[in-house]
Design a protein around this ligand. Structure first.
Ligand code: DOR
Ligand code: ZN
Ligand code: ZN
Length: 351
């Protein structure tokens, strides 16, 4: 058995569904899934019910996270037209601001220019702005980054046109960064047809050419791998109006390690994409005495023994390399041989 030792990974894009969606996931189950995937810091998105757009909503989520998280966890505040006046206060309680420019799960959206300008003027300058931006909306985000001279992080970039535009923006010296998900790297529109609602998410799965473009930029333009872990129950997925989103916390590292075994990326690059870069870009606290030990024996991903409450993965049946064997967080064993040993509340909420 070959063992690989990695630093604790950071996933800057998860939906842990608190408050209001606890039948899909909660902080205790979502962070158990994170540890099982070798991830020791997660950032949770604000498209909850209610959304995290007011100091009260954010304080409630913060308290729930403090009581329940098993790894380190930071919260995003959400931008909404009604709550722009709260932005400076929200900056005290959240790691970053999330702006949704395009359609996705939930009602959180910014579609007017006045709110966009307010976000860039009022959100504290030392904290990051992240965007769900697709197609032309990526150009809107780049324009705002240039106009206000502040960093913008693009979530789940999925298309050739988008990654090439971000490459151009970076070449022009603009302060933009981006993440890509494992599902956009390992699945395409053919899989969307095969999987039906279980292969539906926003952004939707791309063409083979989109996937090729992402891999072409894996050693350059792409800054982070982030899961966009977006669990929904199988009943919801098989309903008449299935919500978009798929789980990803437990499969991200095994899939990326498969990319290492295939020679598509190096282990050093994987560490940059999954640990060093996300921690630097979001200014996340270091975790001393923290490591992930991985058994590199190949295996097939399955729906069995998942910690995510939704209990399924779109990657079932796919080849992976690297089963997480043991995770140590600040000197404590938090996951070992398939068992999460960290208790709810043992992780830290980070700002
Ligand atoms: O597929 C998605 N699901 N994309 C998003 O942007 C949101 C997410 C969710 O919250 O379910
Ligand atoms: Zn999104
Ligand atoms: Zn998301």
């Amino acid at each position: 058995m070959t063992t690989l030792t990695l630093p604790g990974l950071a996933d800057v894009h998860t939906h842990l569904r608190v408050p209001g969606g606890e039948h899909k996931e909660d902080f205790a189950t979502g962070t158990a899934a994170a540890l099982a995937g070798g991830i020791t810091t997660v950032l949770a998105m604000p498209n909850t019910s209610p959304p995290l757009t007011t100091p009260d909503a954010l304080a409630l989520a913060y308290n729930r996270a403090t009581a329940a998280t098993r790894c380190d966890l930071g919260l995003y505040a959400g931008a909404s037209p009604e709550d722009v006046a709260h932005l400076p206060a929200l900056g005290e309680q959240a790691v970053a601001l999330k702006i949704y420019l395009n359609d996705t799960f939930g009602k959180l959206r910014v579609e007017d220019l006045a709110t966009l300008r307010a976000c860039f003027q009022l959100w504290p300058r030392h904290k990051l702005i992240a965007m769900h931006a697709e197609k032309q909306s990526v150009a809107v985000g780049i324009g705002l980054a240039a106009t206000y001279g502040r960093s913008v992080h693009f979530c789940h970039i999925s298309r050739r046109q988008e990654i090439e535009l971000i490459a151009d923006a970076k070449a022009a010296g603009l302060p933009v960064t981006c993440e890509v998900t494992p599902h956009h790297l390992f699945l395409d529109e053919g899989d969307a047809t095969r999987l039906g609602p279980l292969g539906d998410m926003r952004p939707i799965l791309g063409t083979a050419d989109d996937v090729a473009a992402l891999w072409e930029h894996i050693n350059s333009t792409i800054d982070c791998i982030a899961t966009d872990h977006a669990p929904h129950t199988l009943a919801e997925k098989h309903s008449d109006s299935p919500p978009p989103g798929v789980a990803g916390l437990e499969t991200s590292l095994p899939l990326m390690l498969h990319g290492v075994v295939d020679g598509r990326i190096t282990t050093d690059r994987l560490i940059q994409l999954m640990a060093t870069n996300p921690r630097r870009i979001f200014d996340l606290p270091a975790q001393p005495d923290t490591q992930v030990e991985v058994d590199m024996t190949p295996y097939t991903i399955s729906n069995d023994n998942l910690y995510t409450k939704c209990g399924w993965t779109p990657f079932a049946g796919m080849a992976a390399a690297g089963r997480v064997q043991r995770v140590t967080l600040r000197g404590q064993i938090v996951y070992e041989d398939g068992r999460v040993t960290a208790v709810p509340g043992s992780g830290r909420v980070v700002l």
